[in-house]
Structure formats: structure tokens, C-alpha cells
Design a binder for this molecule. Structure first.
Ligand SMILES: C[S@@+](CC[C@H](N)C(=O)[O-])C[C@H]1O[C@@H](n2cnc3c(N)ncnc32)[C@H](O)[C@@H]1O
Length: 260
């Protein structure tokens, strides 16, 4: 595939647009983005809230926050600021929020229940909580056999597990949200698909995760050549044809103040 320089769309972010647009974000809200990374979801929330609101993105990675801060701001969006903090340790005084959101972050924490309980300290009656998380499943699946895709899927999830992440988090999200004092308003799952006309995000994902995979002993450096793996993935999906169901997203929102 020719290198156009542009990063292919991460299909795991596709459900976010519909989900976060429907959780009740509105003008002047203060929103906390937990584990904001490079700020992709933070900027989406800022656009949904609009001028007059404030979004605070918190992450434990200084590198990710540097990328987030480097992104251009939009005058039609809420103001955005980023704070460096680790949700396993002391948190800065951030005040109360009208909404607390996050994407693919609870699954990376060793104790998501404890994190959600701590997050309820930032809530007030009526605060919206909304998370998109994922879980390991019997995937990927498609029209044909997909051993190379299956190998990549295993490598990715084995890395999350080796980092003490919770590979079942998506299945348990509803229970965790309820137990931390939020009444569930939406709870559904969406398949993350790779369509035949799209450039696959998987070679990018493997390249991004490879250092972590090697560090955690999931693979040895000589076992994975990203370039040939990209070619094998491409060949495999051309042969299989059609849509590949790659992963599952679990989307749950709730409101603070009553249990449901
Ligand atoms: C898969 S990334 C998701 C980033 C962002 N939410 C998104 O969807 O684009 C997970 C993020 O969680 C952050 N993270 C993991 N553990 C954390 C912790 N204990 N405290 C704060 N952030 C954490 C990581 O630094 C990383 O940026």
C-alpha cells in the first residue's frame, strides 16, 4: 500500500461520535476527560459543549499531554486544559463537573471500581458519566479464515493483560457504573469493523504497540516485522473479502444521584 503519510482512521473511535453526542452534553458544561491521551475525545467534547464551557483532560503520560496541547484550538469549542495526574495516586483539586467521560482508559487500570468511586468525588447530583470501553472476545471474525488478524488480536490483548489491564472490563462496565452511584441511562455494544474499502488501521496499531509488546515479553523483537505483517494482513483480508469484525466497544452512560 503506498505511504500517503496520513494515518488511517482508528475504527475503534467510530462509535464515539454517535455515543458521546447522545449523552446530554450541552452549553456551558464543565467536563472531565479521564485518561485523555492525545486529546482526541477531549476535542470532540469541547466541540459538543461549545464556547462558554470547559473541558479538563487528565492523563498520566506527559508525552500524550504534549501531543494534546500541540493540537490547534477551535474558537467554536469550549476551552480546554490538560492536567498531568495518575488516577492511582493523589489527584489535583479540579472542582466538580457536569460530565465525566473517558474512552479506553478504565480497561488499562488495575482497579477500575476504585477509580470510578474516586471519580464520583468530582460529581454532583445530575452529573453525567459516560465511558467507552472494550473487552476481549472470540474475535476477529469474517467471511474467511483470519489467522494473521487473530495473531494480531492476541498480541494486542495479551499486552493489555500483561500490563495488568482488565480484558473483561467492557462486560463489567454497567455493574461498575451502577455500583459507583450512577443510574444507567444508556448501555449498548457496537462492533468495531474493518471495511473492505478502508485502509486497515491494524499495521499502525501494531507499530504503535510493538515496543510495549516487546517490553512485556508478549513477542520477541525478531518475531514481528511490521512491514511484512502489514502485507500479510492486507493479503488475508483481500482473500477473505467483506467486512472483518475486529473488536467490540461497550458504551455506558449514567447520571449521578440515584442508583439504577
Ligand atoms: C488507549 S489510551 C486512550 C486515550 C484517549 N482516552 C482516547 O481514547 O483517545 C489510554 C490512556 O489512558 C492513560 N492512562 C492509563 N492509566 C492511567 C492512570 N492510572 N492515570 C491517568 N491516565 C492513565 C494513558 O496514559 C493513555 O493516554
Amino acid at each position: 500500500m503506498p505511504d500517503t503519510g496520513a494515518m488511517p482512521i482508528n475504527p475503534a473511535n467510530v462509535p464515539s461520535t454517535r455515543f458521546f453526542a447522545g449523552i446530554g452534553l450541552s452549553a456551558t458544561m464543565r467536563v472531565l476527560d479521564v485518561g485523555c491521551g492525545n486529546g482526541d475525545l477531549t476535542r470532540m467534547a469541547a466541540a459538543l459543549v461549545g464556547p462558554g464551557g470547559e473541558i479538563v483532560g487528565v492523563d498520566s503520560s506527559a508525552t500524550a499531554l504534549a501531543a494534546a496541547r500541540a493540537a490547534p484550538s477551535d474558537t467554536r469549542s469550549a476551552s480546554v486544559r490538560y492536567e498531568l495526574a495518575d488516577f492511582r495516586g493523589p489527584l489535583p483539586a479540579l472542582g466538580r463537573f457536569d460530565a465525566i467521560i473517558g474512552r479506553r482508559v478504565l480497561m488499562y487500570l488495575p482497579d477500575a471500581a476504585a477509580t470510578l468511586t474516586r471519580l464520583s468525588d468530582f460529581a454532583k447530583p445530575g452529573t453525567v458519566l459516560a465511558f467507552q470501553e472494550h473487552a476481549r472476545a472470540a474475535l476477529p471474525a469474517g467471511a474467511g479464515d483470519l489467522p494473521v488478524h487473530r495473531r494480531c488480536y492476541g498480541m494486542a490483548w495479551n499486552t493489555v493483560a500483561a500490563e495488568q489491564g482488565d480484558v473483561t472490563l467492557g462486560y463489567r462496565l454497567v455493574d461498575l457504573v451502577r455500583a459507583s452511584g450512577f443510574a444507567v441511562e444508556q448501555a449498548y455494544s457496537e462492533g468495531i469493523v474493518i471495511q473492505p474499502w478502508q485502509e486497515s488501521f491494524l499495521p499502525t496499531l501494531i507499530r504503535m504497540m510493538l515496543p510495549r509488546m516487546i517490553e512485556r515479553g508478549v513477542v520477541r523483537s525478531h518475531e514481528v516485522d511490521p512491514e511484512s505483517l502489514a502485507e500479510q494482513l492486507d493479503d488475508e483480508r483481500r482473500t477473505a473479502g467483506g467486512t472483518i469484525l475486529w473488536d467490540m466497544a461497550f458504551l455506558v452512560s449514567g447520571r449521578f444521584g440515584s442508583r439504577g
